[in-house]
Design a binder for this molecule. Structure first.
Ligand SMILES: Nc1ncnc2c1ncn2[C@@H]1O[C@H](COP(=O)(O)OP(=O)(O)OP(=O)(O)O)[C@@H](O)[C@H]1O
Ligand SMILES: [Mg+2]
Length: 351
């Protein structure tokens, strides 16, 4: 396998520059727009849950928003697929806090994230036998490096490339090359795709193209999956890097626009919810309570108690009043009472 940087490449072809221009513009718009919104945590939570669902779907882990939220409430509800999705979102948050704290992305960070996504298959591969296989025909498409020493050296090289600020290549182009290289090294037994997709967003934050982890290509990759595999293979076999880079840049452009749209809709939903809430229940309304209802799409009495600093009795009265006017739905899961913000759930399910 080749080491980064791939120095003989012309990264300034008209096709790349055009796509880069559009992607940079859309991404900058997303960054600015997201920063203008209060309650960043609500936004990131909502976006990462959709991403976790889409990214897991690439790996054929399919579940419903409803199951995901039930797992999130920690009510003892069990569904493996939904749990994997929730673990994926935790891995994003963990990665985000690690790079905020450390200011770089190391091999150990990637190892830790993969262990959160695939708790049973952790660590860098030690025994040979891992291949990329065509899921339809079973045919081996590519055999990644097999020796642990070689994998570690390649990851070290990738780490140096990721954290090299002297390199003047645009970070978006670097992201495309990093993603290619990471998937080609394929350091783990499983979870390489998902870990690689988290690496993408963390790299955008590290390079300051974003302030929070809110841009994800999984939905785009899902929609153009055959192309993704084909371009990946053409890059590896024939050094066709231009089409690969353009594909990723287009993904950044399209996804930035979609994410701006999603944020606008969340805002709009919060505004109209707020208006209705304040009008129908003026004595119950407070900004803290509204924010609590949008923090996760499910609320529990204990959350309201804690966030709004009221007694358990008052918290229950508030939530039941909201159910009474149709702003929440009550559900009993096991022994736990859950209050669902169905409007937010519906909005996120449509995206
Ligand atoms: N047919 C293929 N052609 C090219 N690349 C492939 C092919 N199959 C898999 N890959 C690469 O390997 C990754 C999957 O590796 P792995 O199964 O370890 O990760 P995952 O997170 O479990 O899967 P996924 O990416 O499907 O969610 C893909 O994301 C892709 O980058
Ligand atoms: Mg897999």
């Amino acid at each position: 396998m080749r080491l980064l940087p791939f120095s003989n490449y012309n990264l300034k072809t008209p096709k790349i520059l055009d796509a880069l221009n559009e992607a940079s513009r859309s991404l900058a718009e997303l960054k600015g727009f997201a920063n203008s919104i209060p309650n960043q945590h609500i936004l990131i939570n909502a976006i990462t849950i959709s991403e976790a669902k889409d990214s897991s779907a690439i790996e054929n882990i399919v579940t419903s928003h409803d199951s995901i939220y039930k797992v999130l409430t920690e009510s003892g509800f069990k569904e493996d697929a939904a749990k994997e999705v929730v673990d994926y979102r935790s891995a994003i948050w963990r990665g985000y806090s690690l790079i905020k704290e450390k200011g770089f992305i190391s091999t150990n960070v990637l190892i830790e994230l993969q262990s959160m996504i695939e708790p049973n298959k952790t660590g860098i591969r030690k025994t040979p036998g891992t291949n990329l296989v065509n899921s339809k025909t079973g045919e081996i498409i590519y055999t990644p490096p097999q020796a642990e020493r070689e994998i570690r050296d390649l990851l070290k090289n990738l780490e140096d490339y990721i954290n090299d600020y002297d390199d003047e290549t645009d970070p978006l182009i670097k992201m495309a090359l990093i993603h290619y290289q990471f998937e080609t090294i394929h350091p783990f037994y499983d979870g390489n795709g998902r870990t690689g997709r988290i690496l993408n967003v963390l790299y955008l934050v590290l390079s300051k193209l974003l302030d929070s982890p809110i841009l994800y290509l999984s939905n785009y990759i899902n929609k153009h999956k055959d192309e993704y595999y084909r371009l990946f293979t053409e890059f590896r076999e024939n050094d066709e890097y231009e089409n690969w880079i353009v594909y990723i840049l287009k993904g950044v452009n399209v996804t930035s626009k979609n994410t701006i749209e999603l944020i606008k809709q969340i805002q709009k939903e919060m505004d109209s919810y707020k208006e209705e809430f304040a009008k129908k229940l003026p004595k119950v309304y407070s900004d803290e309570l509204l924010n609590t209802l949008f923090y996760e799409v499910y609320t529990k009495i204990s959350y309201v108690e804690e966030k709004c600093r009221v007694t358990r009795q008052t918290a229950a009265t508030y939530l039941n009043a909201l159910v009474g006017v149709g702003l929440l739905e009550y559900e009993k899961i096991g022994r736990e009472s859950i209050y669902k913000n169905t409007r937010l759930i519906d909005l996120l399910s449509k995206f």
